[in-house]
Design a protein around this ligand. Sequence first.
Ligand SMILES: [Zn+2]
Length: 368
Amino acid sequence: MTRLAHLIALCIAAAVACSLEARAQGHASGGACWSAAELAGKPGEKSIHRETYDPTIEPRDLAEPLAPVAPALRGSIRSVKLPPGEKLVALTFDLCENAWEVSGYDASIFDTLRKSGVKATFFASGKWLMDHSERAQQLMADPLFEVGAHSWTHRNFRLLPPDEMRRDLSLNLNADGRLRRELSGRSCYRPGTGPVEASRPLVFRFPFGTCNTEALDAVNDAGLLAIQWDIPTGDPAPAQTADAIAKSAATAKPGSIIVMHANGRGHHTAEALPHMIDELRKRGFGFATVSELIAKGTPVIKDTCYELKPGDNVKYDKLFPLDRANNAAPPPAAAAKHAPAPTGWGADVKNTAPAATHPAAPITADRP
Ligand SMILES: [Zn+2]
């Protein structure tokens, strides 16, 4: 082969490779806004660090209101009764972020779901969305994923006064709406390739899974379905092994909702996820988002959020009591020690700067 022929062959090979890559990118991103390399995880993204709360990030551009949830769907949805033959489960991952921190993006989890073609629902705190705006838009653009709401700064809704709940929900939805509008306005985004057209989330998960009647009403009145779970994995506990997380799905049945974390607080979730997916597939399960699951069946609805039984979440009232409901600082070690089953919320936050230069900013009544 002459040097010229060799050069031409190289150019053709490069062009084909570029074309294949572009096609792969378009498929992977759901909108061709990001290359495969840009979607892939970066070192350090999973880590969680302390940060002083900055109220100027609170998004004031109001999201359009939705109609309140219909009576038949009001309450705490734990699973979905599916018609015979429908063997689906919903993998759900919370993206919690407290006021005192910037939590992580556990890239391995998203990479695994995309690689395996597995649908999932993410419940994102509004502050997490603002602090991870590019990652959040990647999730919103991806046809595999549903992005739901998870409060503004992960406060304990069982203890919040109703007006504070409504304000918190509003900030969460404003943040979500802002990013969806930004995504829809990007020239690279192809309409119809992702669920972004829904323009706002339709599902919500309570921080810590805690609620009361007023909290359920506030969420349902905002037009959001309150999604709990029937399969806990315990993944926020640092001691929970990948094996135990994967095996927790052994009790899954059609219509189950499995709860995990993808914000750096699922300590061994990324390691467990491929095994969980394999096992569920071997048992004949497919995967759906929570909204898809609900559309296919009848939700199993309760009027409480697991406060009264072993494995319930009443412990978070001790860890996050009313005088700490402003969420300005992580729980003290003493409180965590007395919690029946410490789960790592706040206890694993890395102090990336000396406390003297990063005091926790009080977030109190001066907010509107
Ligand atoms: Zn959470």
